[in-house]
Design a binder for this molecule. Structure first.
Ligand SMILES: Nc1ncnc2c1ncn2[C@@H]1O[C@H](COP(=O)(O)OP(=O)(O)OP(=O)(O)O)[C@@H](O)[C@H]1O
Length: 596
């Protein structure tokens, strides 16, 4: 969703595109001929499938070369049911949608294990399999000769209206998803490395959901295709069609709400206008794909929006956000916490060893952080500090040793489960979804505490809307509590580095964690940002949050921590109170000069 943030995709900014799309949608009614309705219906069907594909590719980052084949599955399911079993169009359409979703999930299973491009190859193979199956079961499908006898139940203008309704429903669904935890979670998996997992996002389940949904879109497109064409042959659903969906999504603007509509209109209009180019279609697609990826990665909409933005910037005054009075962040972040919870066992790392290629990055490392304590983890570069955070959060599985939080074993769980067990963290380099707004980035951290189920979110039922409202208020309150002038609507990537760090902390606090792991939070902060950070950590600790702090800024960390551990080459050199640790002869001699 390079830009599905409310700001960029909102009506206020995209209205010129909507005018264009509305004019295109109305054109067949003005022209009034069956031929135009038929052609426009076909464009609409491709738009519908491309909207689903945009969800999978633009938001989820999955490259599928099998969507043309899923459309084929939907078309054949509808065609066979109508021609051979005398089903009506609507029940056959529902069957096609279900079949598309199922095939989508089956197609998606290898994506859970394979890298993007290996997976793309598998989907290519899938296209061939579908064609092979259609030819094999020729009694049912008509094989190479084609499936005929699909009854004409709807006239081109009626079908066109149905297609338009489906597109509006598809765009609404796309919008709902991208502005919910589902869209944020999908995008995090695509763009922010482990940030989604450590925010409690179950990436695999979400990927399958995206495959199912985009498969359902393709199935629906297939049903409409069968009703429009009435004759189905395998070559209609070859790889060329799948490539078409990639091209139109990239050309329109990957991850943009209207991207597939604009891209499909452009690519359908072009060969229609220049009929002599018809046989060059594949070449045109390939060249266009390369050209867009190289020179206009945000597609036609991205280029148009950039132009509009340049004009706007000349006239617009920047939004000024006044600095806020800092408030007690602990009260905002952990409103329900009381002293009883401070009686837990805190965070315990016990004898953790992990080797990479035979070299131990951690060698029997242990530490304990009391509940509500601020513990510093220091040591020279490469001593294993970040590796230890990765072990605690489940990104790495240790060869030996275990980690517990309040006596509950964390080791052996996957990162998103560990996040849900109360572990939150930030990264050495902030991992934010740069084109999403600051608010949406913070909301990502609220993923585990939303109560509404996926169907409730999709249907925007009251519980989902209530959740969204509460979390939005919490995100704004957390941002405000940081005391810095940060605009919640601003794209996170436009913030200075130091502020991105604080936004990441706000994200980490959304789910009311039990322990917060901070990886070099003071690096690159200005004096006022460091002051904010200092007050944030002290407030959180006072409210009962356990904090583990990896830091090179020894002067500051010494003043804020109440216990510390020094690591060197994966081993603990010493631990204890700050006075003991930073007064330790070896630490003073060997490290303070380096680190201080
Ligand atoms: N995935 C990995 N594969 C191979 N080696 C790794 C991996 N992760 C960490 N290491 C190695 O483990 C050692 C410890 O690295 P780590 O990043 O934990 O150090 P650090 O103390 O956090 O350093 P810095 O202060 O520079 O961030 C390094 O030698 C690093 O190269």
């Amino acid at each position: 969703m390079s830009s599905s943030s409310a700001g960029r995709d909102g009506f206020a900014r995209t209205w010129p595109w909507w005018v264009l799309v509305a004019a295109a949608a109305l054109f067949p009614f003005i022209a009034g001929s069956d031929y135009i309705f038929f052609k426009a219906g076909m464009v609409g069907i491709y738009i519908l499938v491309a909207i689903g594909f945009n969800l999978l590719y633009g938001i989820g980052g999955q490259v599928s070369l099998g969507h043309g084949a899923i459309l084929g599955v939907g078309a054949y399911v509808t065609g066979v049911l109508m021609a051979k079993y005398a089903w009506g169009f609507y029940p056959a359409g529902v069957a096609a949608i279900v079949a598309g979703a199922l095939v989508g999930v089956i197609l998606g299973l290898p994506a859970l294990r394979l890298s993007t491009w290996y997976f793309a190859l598998i989907t290519l193979g899938f296209s061939q399999v579908v064609v092979g199956l259609v030819e094999h079961f020729k009694d049912l499908t008509g094989g190479h000769g084609g499936l005929v006898g699909i009854p004409i139940l709807l006239m081109p203008d009626q079908l066109y209206v149905i297609v338009l309704i489906c597109i509006v429903a598809g765009l609404t669904l796309y919008r709902t998803i991208t502005h919910s935890r589902l869209g944020r979670g999908l995008l995090a998996g695509k763009e922010a490395g482990e940030a989604g997992a450590i925010s409690g996002v179950p990436a695999k389940g979400l990927k399958l959901f995206a495959f199912a949904l985009s498969g359902a879109f393709a199935g629906a497109g297939g049903a409409l295709f069968a009703a429009e064409q009435q004759v189905l042959t395998p070559p209609q659903f070859g790889v060329e069609l799948s490539i078409f969906f990639i091209v139109v999504v990239v050309a329109g603007g990957t991850g943009r709400w209207l991207g597939p509509v604009i891209g499909s209109l452009a690519f359908f209009a072009l060969p229609e206008l220049l009929t002599s180019l018809e046989e060059w279609r594949v070449v045109i697609y390939g060249a266009a794909l390369l050209a867009f990826m190289a020179f206009a990665p945000d597609g036609i909409m991205g280029a148009g929006d950039a132009l509009i933005e340049r004009i706007r910037r000349r006239t617009r005054k920047p939004r000024v956000i006044p600095p806020r009075e800092p408030v007690d962040v602990g009260k905002v972040a952990l409103p329900g916490r009381d002293d009883k919870e401070l009686q837990g066992a805190g965070l315990v790392v016990d004898g953790v060893t992990i080797r990479f290629g035979g070299i131990a990055a951690l060698d029997g490392a242990s530490l304990a952080v009391r509940p509500g304590g601020i513990h510093a983890l220091v040591g020279p570069n490469g001593s294993g500090k970040t590796t230890l955070l990765n072990v605690i959060t489940g990104i790495y599985v240790p060869d030996e040793g275990r980690v517990t939080l309040d006596a509950r074993e964390l080791t052996g769980n996957v990162p998103w489960r560990i996040a849900r067990m109360g572990v939150s963290r930030t990264f050495q380099t902030p991992r934010l979804l740069k084109e999403l707004s600051v608010r949406e980035n913070i909301l990502l951290g609220g993923y585990p505490v939303e109560h509404a189920s996926t169907p409730e979110v999709i249907a925007r039922l009251p519980r989902a809307r209530r959740d969204a409202k509460l979390l939005r208020a919490r995100a704004d309150a957390l941002l405000s509590a940081l005391g810095l002038p940060i605009d919640p609507e601003a794209p996170a990537g436009e913030l200075p580095h130091g502020r991105q760090r604080l936004v990441e902390i706000a994200r980490a606090l959304m789910a009311e964690p039990g322990v917060l792991l901070l990886d070099e939070p003071a690096a690159g902060l200005s004096a006022d940002e460091l002051e904010s950070l200092d007050h944030v950590i002290r407030d959180l600790s006072a409210a009962g949050l356990t904090v583990l702090l990896v830091e090179h800024h020894i002067g500051w960390v010494r003043s804020i921590c109440d216990s510390a551990t020094v690591l060197d080459q994966g081993r603990v050199v010493t631990d204890g109170t700050p006075e003991e640790v930073f007064g330790h002869a070896r630490v003073r001699e060997t490290y303070l000069g380096v680190m201080g």
